[in-house]
Write a protein that binds this ligand. Structure first.
Ligand SMILES: [Zn+2]
Length: 278
C-alpha cells in the first residue's frame, strides 16, 4: 500500500484481516506510531474490512467502503485530530450515540479516537468506564503518536498494536532492547521468570511478538552479548554451543506466530523449548 507501509505493517494488515475473517478481532485496539497519516490510514483500512460485506480489501468500491472513506457511515464516530485536547463531552457524545442500536445494517458500531494521549483526565475516566463494559458489536480504535503518554489503565484494556515509526523509533526500540536484555538476564538468574516476562507480550499482537523472537534470533546470530549486557560466562558458553539450535527455536516460534493465532500457547512452547536447551 504505497510507500507509507513497510513489510512489517503489511504483515499486520494480513493478520488483522485474518482475525476479522475468523470473527476474532479484539474489540479494543490501541494503535501507536509516530506517523499520523499512517495511523489514520491503517485504522480506516481495517474498519472498511470489518464492515464491508465483500471483503475485497483496499480498492473496494462498495457503498460501505466509500462511506467509511468519506466518513459518512452512520455508526462510525471519529474524535480528535492528534493535536488538540479531547474533552469529556466528546467521549460522552460517543457513549450516548452508542447507547442506541446501530443504524446501519451490519449492526457494528465503531469509534476512532485520534490522539488518545490527549484526553483530559475526565475524558480518560469516561472512556475507561466505557472500555470496562465492552459490547460485542462495538469496536474502539484508539490511535496515538505518543504511547508513553497514554494512561496505563487504558493501555491494559486494549490489544496494543505498534506500526513501524516513520523516522525515529526510539520508543519501540527502548522497549525492545529492555525486553531482550531482561530475557537473557532471566536466563542468567532465574529462567522461570521468563514465564512472567513473556506474558508482557500477551497484550501485543502476533506480528509484534514475532518481532521479539526474530530480534532474539538476531542477537544469537551476531553474538551481541556485550550490546545486551549478557555477562555470565556460563550462559555465553551455552549460547555459543547451542547457537544454531536456539536460533532455530526462535524462527520456529516466529513462524508459528504467523500461522496460528493462539499467541499464549506458542510463546509458552517457544520458551519451554529454550528452557530445555539452556
Ligand atoms: Zn467494500
Amino acid at each position: 500500500m504505497d510507500n507509507l507501509f513497510t513489510k512489517n505493517d503489511d504483515e499486520k494488515f494480513t493478520l488483522f484481516k485474518n482475525l476479522i475473517l475468523k470473527n476474532n478481532l479484539s474489540n479494543q485496539l490501541l494503535i501507536s506510531c509516530n506517523n499520523k497519516v499512517k495511523l489514520a490510514t491503517f485504522a480506516t483500512e481495517i474498519i472498511k474490512f470489518l464492515l464491508c460485506s465483500e471483503k475485497k480489501g483496499q480498492d473496494c468500491q462498495c457503498d460501505i467502503c466509500q462511506r467509511v472513506n468519506n466518513q459518512t457511515y452512520y455508526d462510525l464516530k471519529i474524535k480528535g485530530d492528534f493535536e488538540t485536547t479531547i474533552k469529556k463531552e466528546s467521549i460522552q457524545e460517543i457513549i450516548q450515540t452508542f447507547n442506541y442500536s446501530a443504524l446501519e445494517e451490519t449492526g457494528i458500531k465503531v469509534y476512532v479516537i485520534k490522539g488518545v494521549d490527549l484526553l483530559t483526565l475526565e475524558a480518560a475516566n469516561s472512556l475507561l468506564k466505557f472500555l470496562e463494559e465492552p459490547s460485542q458489536n462495538t469496536y474502539a480504535f484508539l490511535l496515538t503518536t505518543n504511547k508513553t503518554k497514554v494512561i496505563e489503565t487504558i493501555k491494559s484494556r486494549c490489544l496494543n498494536i505498534i506500526l513501524e515509526n516513520s523516522s525515529n523509533s526510539e520508543e519501540v526500540d527502548d522497549f525492545k532492547n529492555n525486553f531482550i536484555q531482561t530475557f537473557f538476564k532471566n536466563f542468567e538468574n532465574n529462567a522461570a521468570n521468563n514465564f512472567i516476562h513473556l506474558r508482557q507480550l500477551n497484550s501485543y499482537d502476533n506480528t509484534e511478538c514475532r518481532e521479539y523472537f526474530l530480534a532474539i534470533a538476531n542477537v544469537l546470530k551476531k553474538k551481541e552479548w556485550n550490546k545486551y549486557q549478557i555477562t555470565d560466562q556460563t550462559l555465553i558458553e551455552k549460547l555459543n554451543r547451542k547457537n544454531s539450535k536456539l536460533i532455530e527455536i526462535c524462527y520456529a516460534t516466529a513462524n508459528l506466530l504467523l500461522e496460528n493465532l493462539n499467541k499464549e500457547l506458542i510463546l509458552e512452547k517457544g520458551l519451554i523449548d529454550w528452557y530445555n536447551e539452556v
